[in-house]
Design a protein around this ligand. Structure first.
Ligand code: ADP
Length: 406
């Protein structure tokens, strides 16, 4: 790497999509960002925003048969802005990898052996890791000389103590099949817990934080002195909070019942719990804005939306209570991601009635809109309640750059 190489390309490869951002690590500035959708589905779409020049978003449509075609198209867009993958200023490519199992506790420079390890984890994340691997292979083929780093969604949670990570099932069976609680959204939980400490003017080692990452997927984590001690997602991202389309915690016997009594197949149960449950299952909508609109409009439809909202809030409160007990002392609760950052009524409802636990929300502070980390609790509250926008791409870029510039 040359001394002038200060840029990192962050790639988040899904099964039919690639999201990317190019950042300059001298100041974290975003030079370009974009998204390719519907890869391998006939007409693919690439939306590219050249942020460095302040140019307009450019959208192109065309057939992109696979990730290689998609990445080549991305590379061409970047090159058109003078930011091509062949630029000597590019220091590394950082890849988001969903599952790192117990093997990967830190961001890791990718070589053939690392790639093989990530492949061995495919049975644990059959929907995600294969797409991540394809993204890595393609990027390596385009720039074989450039360091490529894998940043794992599970890594931050590998500090969970054994008693939090274990399911109470037969140990031999669990170990044979690597069944345990891994947790996800780790990059976000790491970033937000650190930012929350900074907001309080403290070092992460001095504070205990409950992070509520509430996006379409949602998870909570208990972070003690900068280390994750519990998180709500488990073997897969299905466990825990009520989400946009996932049920979160559920009696596992419901799945036996769905098969034995309702006659559903394995795949149908999977689809029901992952795609047709949560908010969308409860009221037909998974967007919190639409749910609030229906509640405000009232009537029978509003009641259905209200029930979904209430189930969501009830689960959140249970996790706030559980993680307060796990941590013993809570210094801060941080709301983040699409719902957590934007839905003020939801934050108010989640914290309402928790004064005895030292938690309260100031209505005016809560309603104020900002892109900056901010406190929304009144001064008298023992626990700081905060809104802390997450930035997974920046975190991936920083971890990648730290590794390759060390
Ligand atoms: P993902 O899990 O897909 O990364 P995001 O973190 O982007 O999700 O969150 C998307 C969700 O955020 C939407 O489904 C919607 O429920 C919620 N959301 C976004 N903007 C608002 C808003 N202004 N008010 C309430 N909810 C919002």
């Amino acid at each position: 790497m040359t001394a002038t190489a200060t840029r990192v390309l962050v790639l988040n490869s899904g099964s039919s999509s690639v999201k990317y951002q190019l950042l300059d690590m001298r100041d974290g500035a975003r030079l370009a960002a974009g998204l390719v959708e519907r890869i391998g589905e006939g007409t693919s779409r690439l939306a590219h925003t050249p942020l460095a020049t302040g140019g307009e978003k450019r959208e192109t449509e065309g057939a992109m048969a696979d990730h290689e075609a998609a990445l080549k198209a991305v590379a061409a867009e970047l090159a058109a802005d003078g930011l091509g993958l062949d630029s000597p200023q590019l220091a590394a490519i950082g890849h988001r990898v969903v599952h790192g199992g117990l093997e990967f506790t830190e961001p890791t420079v990718i070589d053939d052996a690392v790639l093989e390890e990530i492949e061995r984890l495919v049975p644990l994340a059959p929907l995600h890791n294969p797409a991540n691997i394809t993204g890595i292979r393609t990027a390596r083929a385009l720039r074989p000389d450039l360091p490529q780093v894998a940043v794992f969604d599970t890594a931050f949670h590998t500090t969970m103590p054994e008693h939090a990570a274990r399911y109470a099932i037969d140990v031999a069976t669990a170990d044979r099949h690597r069944i345990r609680r891994y947790g996800f959204h780790g990059t976000s939980h790491a970033y937000v817990s650190r930012k929350t400490a900074a907001l309080l003017g403290k070092d992460p080692s001095e504070v205990n934080v409950i992070v509520l990452h509430l996006g379409n997927g949602a998870s909570a984590s208990a972070v003690a002195g900068g280390r994750c001690v519990d998180t709500s997602m488990g073997l897969t991202p299905l466990e825990g909070l009520v989400m946009g389309t996932r049920s979160g915690d559920i009696d596992p016997a419901v799945t036996f019942h769905l098969k034995r009594v309702a006659g559903m197949s394995e795949d149908e149960v999977d689809e029901l719990l992952n795609k047709k449950s949560g908010l969308i299952g409860l009221c037909g909508d998974n967007d919190m804005r639409e749910i609030r609109r229906r509640i405000d409009a009232g009537g029978e439809d509003g009641e259905r939306a209200r029930l979904a909202f209430d189930v969501y809030i009830h689960r959140l409160k249970k996790y706030l209570g559980a993680y307060s007990a796990v941590l013993g002392r809570v210094d801060a609760v941080a709301f983040t991601a699409g719902v957590g950052e934007n839905a003020a009524p939801l934050r108010e409802a989640a914290i309402a009635g928790l004064e005895e636990m030292g938690m309260a929300v100031d209505a005016d502070l809560n309603d104020r809109r900002s892109d900056e980390p901010r406190l929304i609790s009144p001064e008298y509250a023992r626990v700081a309640v905060a809104v802390v926008p997450t930035d997974e791409e920046l975190e991936i870029a920083q971890q990648t750059y730290a590794l390759v510039s060390a």
